[in-house]
Design a protein around this ligand. Structure first.
Ligand code: NAP
Length: 559
């Protein structure tokens, strides 16, 4: 592979380290990318909804053995990217059908149309995938760090080269605008770059014990075979955050993506295979029976680690299952991020930050600002400006030009968002903009700003996962911090103030694993991402990321 030219940091989710080298395809000027300058920009226009406006039947999203007739994709380019993805399970380096050749449907959430079918794994397939990971473990752990690092770096470059196709594929199965998907590919690739460096920095130490006689030798070794379960909202990046450090540390793995978005993970596996990842190191099982497929893997004493990104509800169940084998677990769970705007904040920056923290990924992010606590002296102005921006966003199929707000993932999510808005309004909130599901096909919801939200409204305590910004007011700093911490979640909070002392005081008081200080996004491969309280345990990215995949061994040396 050719050495990269000196590239600049890209747009979208690309991060703020000046050490980054980003392939050109990840940094093209990107009119819809998810950085603050884009989402903060007012865009005039009416909702652009799919032409097929007929109400779609309330059919279940997952159907077995659905025939392919009638599927429609609007362009040959879309068809091409879907066709290029393997639709089978990847086990021990072989792409193969599920036992019994069962398949399930992958749907375009913008239209409800079938994109394709993929293999629907059974518990037997899951066992076979773990067998393959176990069989590959010893050789992989013994593979030189230079080689592991090189594979990751090649994959980083390959994601850049294939960013356009991978982004289109992601949009087709997940819904968000292509520019946002491209931002996610850039973000996902950064984990491979980061961990390609980390592969070379796994260290230990040797020292003289306090008594001066014996010596202490400490070494770090790969944990062993891992099981990863990933969600649909960031179908590529939530994979690379786990796969990257596992490869770097010398662990093998089985990955199970969410049934809504298997294609991005299958495509990622193909990229890694093409970049030289040996058979069995990464195995992928796609399935509609998550619980049944996961249970035998988690119960198997050969598994050494479980890493999960998803809801707190499912995370709790998995922690309980993992207890039987006393498995190491990493849990990246739900959030309920407070967004605090103090009276001394730069209001322009706060609205820009709010656009990013709320509208990135159509609000379907664990880091999404879930509730806005704004000082009463600036709340009206903040709400007015936010409503103006959000109300001007263009809604439509994520593949169409200029679209900023794609559909939600499915009808269930759409109904939940509508229910939370209705509840808030019934309890006295006012809708400044949005508040409805647009007519027609797809699971769209209008960007919505609610003011006067009462403390008993569900929208303040439940994870919304949609484009809804509820605003509540506060009078004092203590009141703001108390309200922010009044949740079982603790992933991220956002603070906007120009007072440095207050910024640090409030940052110390907030019970979250991450804080966006005068900025609406915290995601960065070089920083430790993770939550406290019921938002989980463990960190992904940063210096801490690889530690999740290493065991510490101490040897007492008698000289
Ligand atoms: P989810 O319902 O918990 O699903 C996440 C994954 O778990 C999917 O692959 C799902 O597969 C699988 N799953 C569901 N039930 C399972 C079971 N009993 N056993 C094993 N696997 C099971 O979450 P989601 O709706 O996909 O994702 C949204 C949630 O993820 C939100 O709460 C969000 O905050 C959280 N999230 C957290 C982070 C973070 O870093 N903290 C990042 C992104 C998302 P199937 O759906 O195919 O069954």
């Amino acid at each position: 592979m050719m050495a990269p030219e000196r590239w600049e940091v890209g747009g979208g989710y690309a991060e703020d380290s000046d050490a980054h080298v980003t392939p050109p395809s990840l940094r093209e000027p990107d009119p819809g990318s998810t950085d603050a300058s884009i989402l903060a920009r007012p865009v005039q226009g009416q909702p652009v909804l799919p032409a097929d406006a007929a109400a779609r039947p309330a059919s279940p999203r997952v159907r077995r053995r659905t025939r392919l007739e009638g599927r429609r994709m609007s362009s040959p380019e879309e068809r091409k990217v879907v066709e290029a993805v393997p639709k089978q399970l990847l086990i021990g380096g072989e792409w193969r059908d599920a036992t019994g050749a069962a398949t399930f449907v992958v749907e375009d959430p913008a239209t409800g149309e079938t994109l394709c079918e993929v293999a629907d794994a059974t518990p037997d397939d899951a066992r076979a995938a773990l067998d393959a990971a176990v069989a590959a473990q010893a050789d992989w752990a013994a593979t030189p760090p230079n080689d592991r690092s090189e594979i990751l770096h090649r994959a980083f470059l390959a994601l850049g080269e294939q960013a356009d196709d991978l982004a289109l594929l992601m949009t087709l199965e997940m819904g968000k605008a292509v520019a946002e998907s491209k931002g996610e590919i850039a973000y996902a690739a950064e984990f491979f770059r980061w961990f390609s460096g980390e592969a070379l920095r796994v260290d230990g130490y040797f020292k003289t014990a306090g008594n001066g006689q014996s010596r202490v030798l400490v070494m770090r070794q790969p944990v062993g075979p891992c099981y990863f379960i990933t969600p649909w909202n960031f179908p590529n990046a939530m994979g690379t955050r786990k796969i990257g450090p596992a490869i770097a540390a010398g662990c093998t793995m089985v990955v199970k993506p969410a049934h809504q978005t298997p294609l991005s993970m299958l495509a990622l596996a193909k990229v890694l295979e093409e970049c030289g990842l040996p058979p069995g190191v990464l195995n992928v099982v796609t399935s509609t029976s998550s619980g049944d497929v996961s249970a035998p893997i988690i119960a198997d004493p050969r598994l050494r680690k479980l890493s999960f990104t998803g809801s707190t509800e499912v995370g709790r169940k998995l922690i309980a299952q993992a207890a039987d084998q006393v498995l190491r677990v990493s849990m990246e769970l739900g959030g309920n991020a407070p967004f605090l705007v103090f009276e001394d904040a730069d209001l322009d920056a706060a609205v820009d930050g709010a656009m990013l923290a709320k509208m990135r990924n159509v609000g379907e992010a664990c880091t999404s600002a879930n509730r806005f606590h704004v000082h009463e002296s600036v709340a009206e102005e903040f709400g007015r400006r936010l409503a103006e921006r959000m109300g001007a966003m263009r809604i439509g199929r994520g593949t169409d030009d200029g679209i900023e707000v794609g559909p939600l993932i499915d009808d269930k999510q759409q109904a939940k968002v509508a229910e939370l808005v209705d509840d808030a309004v019934a309890k006295g909130a006012t809708c400044l903009t949005g508040g409805r599901r647009p007519e027609g096909a797809g699971y769209f919801f209008e960007p919505t700003v609610l003011t006067g939200v009462t403390s008993d409204a569900r929208v303040l305590s439940e994870e919304i996962f949609g484009p809804v910004a509820p605003i509540a007011t506060f009078r004092t700093e203590d009141e703001a911090v108390r309200a922010a911490n009044l949740t079982e979640y603790g992933l991220v909070s956002y603070v906007f103030t120009r007072d440095l002392t207050r910024a640090l005081r409030v940052s110390e008081a907030l019970e979250t694993g991450m804080i966006g200080l005068n900025q609406g996004m915290v995601s960065n491969a070089g920083a430790p991402f993770g939550g406290v309280k019921q938002s989980g345990t463990g960190r992904e990215g940063g210096n801490e990321g690889i530690a999740e995949y290493l065991e510490t061994k101490y040897v007492a040396v008698n000289l």
